[in-house]
Design a protein around this ligand. Structure first.
Ligand code: NAD
Ligand code: UGA
Length: 448
């Protein structure tokens, strides 16, 4: 079974998902990480993060011995394909920190078998592959295979992908990587069923490019999505001043197939472990090539203004924040994940706290991951009802579906005030108003 063995280096959101799915599709997978805590949790058959369906897949594969979490790189020796999925965070100046990418390649380098293919799944600036190749043995096979999964739907996105991009100079190496995805495709309905996820019939595309194009495709896709969000937020600010409703505007604008409705949801802006650092990484990498990216600088500025925009509006409506009790519902950077990296909900809670409010925060899955990002005076509550008890204003900052099902009449009766700030534009204003609350969205009019 030597030709069915792969290694995945880095057991984060991407590495765990890739490894668990490949292991459920019949591969023997070595999942390697330098973080012993993460490996310990994985060995016990579960993930360290919340993600729909992933724990079923990890448990199934660990129990059968097809998923082998380890802090050692020894599994690389018997692997035909090695996926590098280590983190690429931002440096303080916004550029991409590639130290983990280089360290992983250096460690794997001495262990690669003759025809092994080293695959870069981490998001890296264009030109990185050329540098990584220099760390690998001469004639090593190197492929860029960027990842497009979203947190919250990671298993679904990996099984029912829109496209697989592979970039490199050796056609055989590209085919070797494609073969793994084709095997996953063959097993996808059974894996989805095991994970408790609904299947769809759509076929994904395979796109082969040169190395540099594959690298640039990834950051371009994220930058464009971030641009759409900041564009929607710029229009939202105008809607607030003019009496338009940005949700109606974007529904109609997005109905034009050339534009599309996706990623035009205005609100508190984008967060997470990817968009903010991928946009700043693109700006830095363009600058290294002597290219200015003012469009992405503007997108970043708009994004960074959104939490403050919402906090100032609350300050106006409440007549100051000092001493006011408020609740912030939503600390994950989006629904469906426990990830609180660069979370707008955390930013809003911290801004309100800094302005003197007494803040009670709650998230269904991200309370513990958000803890170290929150100012120490923010109280983390055990439930929505604990958080909203006796507050003057509620802020919903993550679009968790369970918040939609809340009994707002009960919530209104437990609050001492009646202000409801929908920072994700997830609610119907009339539904909230019918519970006796005053509704404020983002871009839905100043006096809704
Ligand atoms: P993460 O921060 O959750 O995990 C990265 C893991 O790599 C950590 O567990 C870390 O301990 C490990 N690591 C670091 N150096 C290592 C080394 N030398 N050897 C072995 N392990 C090492 O990262 P993530 O969110 O999974 O993202 C990984 C990459 O994929 C990033 O480049 C990211 O931009 C990209 N990406 C992420 C997502 C996502 O949704 N999170 C989606 C697409 C692409
Ligand atoms: C994003 C991309 O969607 C993935 O394709 C990509 O693989 C990934 O980044 C990555 O490279 O890491 P993710 O960050 O998991 O995925 O989540 P998104 O659904 O894209 O949301 C990102 C942020 O934008 C969230 O904070 C979300 O709340 C916000 N958002 C999204 C908006 O504010 N408005 C929208 O219309 C859509």
């Amino acid at each position: 079974m030597r030709d069915k063995t792969i290694s995945v280096i880095g057991s984060g959101y991407v590495g765990v998902t890739t490894a668990a799915i490949a292991a459920n599709a019949g591969y023997k997978v070595h999942l390697i990480d330098i973080n012993p805590e993460r490996i310990k949790v994985l060995k016990s058959g579960k993930s360290f993060f919340y993600e729909d369906g992933i724990d079923y897949l990890i448990k199934h594969a660990v129990d059968r011995g097809s998923l082998l979490p380890s802090t050692e790189y020894t599994g690389v020796k018997e692997s035909d394909v090695i996926f590098s999925c280590v983190g690429t965070p931002d440096n303080p100046d916004g550029s991409s920190n590639l130290e983990y990418v280089f360290a992983a390649a250096e460690t794997a380098s001495g262990l690669l078998s003759k025809d092994a293919v080293y695959v870069q799944k981490s998001t890296v600036p264009v030109g990185t592959g050329e540098k990584v190749q220099k760390l690998l043995p001469k004639n090593a096979h190197y492929v860029s295979n960027p990842e497009f999964l979203r947190e919250g739907t990671a298993v679904f996105d990996t099984l029912f992908f829109d496209r697989i991009v592979v970039g490199g100079s050796k056609p055989n190496s590209l085919e070797k990587v494609i073969e793994i995805y084709k095997t996953i495709e063959e097993h996808r309905d059974a894996i989805a069923k095991r994970a408790g996820i609904a299947s769809v019939a759509d076929e994904g595309q395979y796109i082969k490019t040169n190395l540099e194009s594959a690298e640039l495709i990834k950051v371009t896709a994220n930058a464009f999505l971030a641009l759409k969000i900041s564009f929607a937020n710029s229009i939202a600010k105008l809607a607030d001043e003019s009496g338009a409703d940005v949700v109606d505007v974007m529904d109609a604008v997005g109905a034009d197939k050339r534009i599309g409705r996706a990623f035009l949801n205005a609100g508190r802006g984008y967060g997470g472990g990817c968009f903010p650092k991928d946009v700043s990484g693109l700006i830095a990498s363009a600058s290294e090539h002597g290219v200015d990216m003012p469009i992405m600088v503007a997108a970043t500025d708009v994004n960074e203004s959104m939490p403050g925009y919402i906090a100032s509006r609350a300050q106006e409506v409440l007549g100051g924040l000092s001493g006011k009790k408020v609740a912030v519902l939503g600390l994950a950077f989006k629904a469906g994940t426990s990830d609180a990296r660069k979370s707008p909900g955390v930013k809003i809670a911290n801004l309100l706290d800094k302005a003197g409010a007494e803040v009670f925060a709650y998230d269904p899955h991200a309370n513990s991951e958000a803890k170290e990002e929150l100012r120490s005076s923010v109280v983390i509550s055990k439930s929505v009802l604990d958080a909203i008890n006796g507050v003057e204003a509620v802020f919903v900052t993550t679009d968790w579906p369970e918040f939609n099902d809340l009994d707002f009449k009960k919530i209104a009766s437990e609050m001492i005030g009646n202000l409801f700030f929908d920072a994700v534009n997830a609610f119907s204003p009339s539904h909230i108003q019918s519970a006796g609350l005053q509704y404020y969205g983002v871009g839905r009019g100043k006096n809704d």
